[in-house]
Design a protein around this ligand. Structure first.
Ligand code: SAM
Ligand code: SF4
Length: 380
């Protein structure tokens, strides 16, 4: 099936704030005109949606391109990518981040597509690491290019890495990614460990009839390297639109398998309520050399949604703001960036996106409609 292509026309969604922006928001819009870049924004400056959620996190897709073709994300062939000149430049991305850091965005994560196929990525990391207010700078990657980039990224100021690792088995890797080369991923993980990041987490998508047998070997692999292994439920964001609820290997099923193999799992209190993962310590497994018990985590967007504590916004590679992975709307920034609009006007557009944020996604409700863009086009 051909990929549903999406060429966002900024003009259709960007120029007018939605009608439901209330009086308070209008007052804030006026306040924006006096925008100053304070490190600690006033409460009224922060990005607060209609449900009281304060936004602190920004996921930036730096490209929709990728060096593999995971079936749950991209089409196998005939992928339609955003034209190079429609992708935000590093300067444009840094400008957006600096505007948003002034109103409370603290955590920035680079993603894609595969972020490491974007040329000179360490340069962007360096630019973002110098922006006042940005406290955490992280990246999600498939690790294939980490042997080349792990050290330069760390030197440029990248603090944390999430690495996607669904399997240790070459045949399963090929079935998932439609490419060869699990060895390249494992080399990338070794390079990341050697580069000394503040934290490295491994994430695996859990898919029924495909990755059940991977669960315990992945945990053993992670544990042997003192890394946390997290399992993510499969969401309806695949480009080929073949997702079916029956393929979702639920968090509960994963926990049952982990208990059967590793014994007691003790829940760990999350450092932040907004953290989507719920971690557990493997109490019956030997601690590592630092005395730390091995940990596993679950991210359960399908069976235990965490929307109530969501603090995220997304910036797509072609410069639109999305307030949710499952949003049916986008708010364009690219035209504003390229047509000489002020920081206040850009912020007004972002506030419109925040104001329109729904309370939660509707994956489990009848009539759920998968968004037009799929994971690689949004930024996971
Ligand atoms: N290419 C990088 C990677 O794979 O880590 C970054 C982008 S990828 C879209 C980010 C994350 O989204 C990966 O961990 C991937 O497993 C996850 N992902 C992709 N499609 C998904 C889906 N349909 N449901 C749940 N997670 C998905
Ligand atoms: Fe590429 Fe990541 Fe999507 Fe896999 S999940 S196809 S690695 S962007």
């Amino acid at each position: 099936m051909p990929v549903p292509t999406h060429r966002p026309d900024d003009s259709d969604r960007s120029s007018t704030p939605p009608q439901n922006v209330g009086r308070a928001a209008v007052a804030e819009l006026q306040h924006c005109d006096d925008l100053t870049r304070a490190t600690t924004p006033l409460a009224s400056d922060r990005l607060i949606d209609g449900h009281g959620r304060v936004h602190r996190s920004l996921r930036i897709s730096v490209t929709d391109r990728c060096n593999i073709r995971c079936f749950y994300c991209m089409p196998e062939e005939d992928v339609s990518f955003v034209a190079h000149d429609e992708v935000l430049t590093f300067e444009e991305i840094a400008r957006v981040v600096s505007i948003l850091a002034a109103v409370g965005i603290r955590d920035v994560r680079l993603t894609g597509g595969e972020p490491l196929v974007r040329r000179d990525l360490p340069k962007l990391v360096e630019m973002l690491s110098q922006i006042e207010g940005v406290e955490d700078l992280a990246m999600t990657t498939n690790a294939i290019l980490l042997p080349r980039f792990a050290a330069p990224l760390r030197e440029a100021g990248l603090k944390r890495l999430n690495i996607s690792l669904d399997t240790l088995n070459e045949a399963t890797f090929r079935r998932i990614t439609r490419r060869a080369g699990i060895g390249r991923v494992l080399d990338g993980i070794d390079a990341a460990i050697a580069a000394g990041f503040e934290s490295i987490r491994l994430n695996a998508l859990a898919i029924r009839d495909l990755t059940e047998a991977e669960i315990t070997p992945l945990v053993e692999f992670a544990t042997s390297r003192s890394l946390t292994m997290r399992f993510i439920e499969y969401m309806p964001l695949d480009a080929e639109r073949r997702w079916d609820r029956s393929q979702v290997l639920s968090g509960e099923e994963i926990l049952a398998r982990l208990r059967a193999r590793f014994g007691e799992l003790r829940p760990v209190a999350p450092p932040q309520e907004s953290q989507p993962a719920r971690d557990f310590e493997l109490v019956d497994v030997a601690a590592d050399a630092t005395g730390r018990l091995p940990r596993v985590g679950l991210i359960r967007p399908v069976t235990a949604p965490f929307c109530g504590a969501c603090d995220r916004l997304r910036l797509t590679a072609d410069g639109t703001i999305r307030n949710c992975l499952f949003s049916q709307r986008e708010w364009g920034l690219k035209r504003l960036l390229r047509d000489g609009h002020s920081d206040a006007e850009l912020l007004r557009q972002v506030r419109a996106a925040v104001a329109a944020k729904e309370l939660g996604h509707l994956i489990s409700r009848p009539g759920f409609v998968q968004p037009e863009r799929s994971m690689f086009q949004i930024g996971g």
